[in-house]
Design a protein around this ligand. Structure first.
Ligand code: TUI
Length: 315
């Protein structure tokens, strides 16, 4: 399955793994890259030297291309931006902000830059700034989200820019990949499905919470703070939303979520921790190796897209 993105990145399949905080470490990234997709190490808020070590460990596990996601709300983002260049990382994705100020550094080093955007305006700005592609991420995604849905955002971004578009948000199987390609995307980025991969180091409680989740089991917290976050409903989200509705201030809300993603991912506290996951969680049903996951998804999309004259659409 060749697209502009598989050619740009030198990968076999148009499937990219999201740079999820705490989750996207070297074992998962290397497994996705070894399976023919693009694995991503999520720098999130990790100390910059830890990110350097993660990059080196990933290189020990794969000789395939992989990327690093630079989360722009991180006060250490600038240091991480330099480390990816020093370590010869070939692809950078960015999240939760505008990466324009790092563009020159990365482009001069030959790094492929793929900002995650949540609007057409941001996609156009990134193209003008020299981005090689964009990830158009809809609000079906887990974690920090914008307001447009994937169904509406992807075709509008595809119309607005010449560079390749990667669809993200609510994509978890071959139907999602096929649909994204039909909407004008050249690849998909998936997060939630990869959280439950065998190679994912996430606590089993977190994986089981995703596997048991139904279609409407996620909530958006933090809309009032300007940083909306999608995660699975639990004691933390109920308490947070109650406080938010009663007009609690930023500091009070922060107390509830400080270190809460780590608590869920590493300690398995899926009641008081933040279980970030997308709306696709209701469709994720099994733990499996990244290779099986990616091959299953690509084969399904291939079958759907190579319709014959007698194809009856739907099931
Ligand atoms: O970044 C994400 N998802 C994330 S980051 C994250 S870590 C975190 N934890 C606590 C609070 C905040 C973050 C968890 N999930 N996705 C990519 C993404 N980027 N979604 C939306 C955006 C985005 C939003 C605004 C990109 C650009 C943007 O531009 C605003 C501007 O003009 O600066």
């Amino acid at each position: 399955m060749k697209t502009e993105i598989t050619k740009l990145l030198g990968i076999q399949y148009p499937v990219i793994q999201g740079g999820m905080a705490w989750v996207a470490e070297h074992n998962l990234a290397a497994a996705v890259s070894n399976a023919g997709g693009l694995g991503i190490i999520g720098a999130a808020s990790a100390p910059p030297e830890i990110v350097r070590q993660e990059i080196r460990k990933c290189k020990e596990l794969t000789d395939k291309p992989f990327g690093v996601n630079v989360m722009l709300l991180n006060p250490n983002a600038e240091e991480v931006a330099k480390i990816v260049v020093e370590e010869g990382v070939r692809v950078v994705t960015t999240g939760a902000g505008n990466p324009s100020k790092y563009m020159e550094l990365w482009k001069n080093a030959g790094v492929k830059v793929i900002p995650v955007v949540a609007s057409v305006a941001m996609a156009k700005l990134m193209e003008r700034a020299g981005a090689d592609a964009v990830v158009a991420e809809g609000m079906e995604s887990g974690g920090h989200i914008g307001s447009a849905t994937t169904m509406t955002l992807v075709p509008q971004v595809a119309d607005a820019v010449q560079i390749p578009v990667i669809a993200a948000g609510g994509i978890g199987d071959g139907r999602g990949l096929a649909a994204a390609l039909l909407l004008g995307a050249d690849a998909v980025q998936m997060g939630t499905r990869f959280v439950v991969a065998s190679e994912s180091i996430v606590h089993d409680n977190y994986k089981q919470k995703i596997i048991k989740a139904k279609d409407i089991d996620s909530e958006i917290t933090g809309a009032s703070t300007g940083h909306p976050i999608r995660s699975l409903r639990n004691k933390m989200t109920r308490e947070y939303l109650k406080l938010e509705q009663s007009g609690a201030d930023f500091m009070e809300l922060e107390k509830l979520t400080l270190g809460s993603l780590r608590k869920a991912v590493m300690d398995g506290d899926v009641e008081y921790g933040t279980v970030m996951a997308g709306q696709i969680a209701g469709m994720v049903s099994k733990v499996q190796p990244c290779k099986d996951m990616i091959e299953e998804i690509v084969q399904e999309a291939d079958r759907l897209l190579s319709c014959q004259e007698d194809t009856v659409w739907g099931r």
